[in-house]
Design a protein around this ligand. Sequence first.
Ligand SMILES: NC(=O)c1ccc[n+]([C@@H]2O[C@H](COP(=O)([O-])OP(=O)(O)OC[C@H]3O[C@@H](n4cnc5c(N)ncnc54)[C@H](O)[C@@H]3O)[C@@H](O)[C@H]2O)c1
Length: 329
Amino acid sequence: MKILVTGGAGYIGSHTVRQLVRSGAEVTVLDSMIYGHPAAVEGSGAKLVKGDLGDASIVYPLLVREKFDAVVHFAAFIQVGESVQDPLKYYENNIAKPLTLLRAMLLAGTRKFVFSSTAATYGVPSQMPIPETEKQDPINPYGGSKLMLEKVCRDCEKAYGLKSVFLRYFNASGSAGDGTIGEDHDPETHLIPVILQAIKGERPGITVFGTDYDTPDGTCVRDYVHVDDLADAHLRALDYLMKGGKTECFNLGTGKGLSVKEIIDAAEKVTGKKAPVTYGERREGDPPYLIADATKARDILGWVPKYQDALQIVETAWQWANGPHGGHY
Ligand SMILES: NC(=O)c1ccc[n+]([C@@H]2O[C@H](COP(=O)([O-])OP(=O)(O)OC[C@H]3O[C@@H](n4cnc5c(N)ncnc54)[C@H](O)[C@@H]3O)[C@@H](O)[C@H]2O)c1
């Protein structure tokens, strides 16, 4: 299989690239490197093309020349807060630029598309755990941009026969167990790397937003899904499309909630150090629980996440934080 991976020099993309290459696929990464890291791709066996998704002068010839069997699309901006401050930046990068990619796919005859969607498309859900049938009503432009691209792809199935899989990730976490690639966002807003950076003394401390939620320990509960399990789901989604599967969406989560306090406890156990934590007020727009019902991914893709435990997940993140890059490329 010849696969194009957009955003493959980022966190989840680089883990997926590794698994794809190991499975025997011929992989090309297209990444503008705005947030990507060359070292996340080097040595993976994939070819790296530096270019923007919206740049037709790069994207059209690349797709027409290479005639990829499928495109796996990670490239996007991902910060919820920033999307509220600057929605056009998100609509441009996460909706408008992918249209150039989709056009190029049609021109090249590539009609299989796996797309990184998100639990943020559900907004404030009415049921927990959340099935794919839950109403999608995002509460920020980031989630809105992902939902819009899902809609675009559904229309493209009807009009051009493009088959897509939307993988709605919950909280991506952890890193490849060997510590050589991992999570390095700038700014970093995700709980596990932020706690580990605080424990390492790279930031003064962390603030936990809200301790009075209606949850067992009062802190928010999320579904942390390991990045290697996410990568595995992409391989399964490609296999599903190669076998003639129609456009589908799948939640990717463990189905198990972990509270902020449980993650902090796990980080303290794994590192043997106390985390410098301050407890603050609730943050607007944070629902108390976000947990996936991922039964559909299990039933249709045969996807069962291997990492189910906070300690296991945090351990791999700690290996990255202490690996050859020290947690930063
Ligand atoms: N990290 C999470 O918990 C999470 C949860 C749900 C969904 N997602 C989605 O998964 C995908 C990957 O997330 P991540 O955490 O790996 O992010 P990341 O920032 O590490 O990776 C995104 C990559 O896309 C590249 N990119 C961005 N815009 C581009 C453009 N216009 N052209 C070419 N390259 C571009 C960046 O340089 C970066 O390497 C995103 O689409 C994100 O919305 C992530």
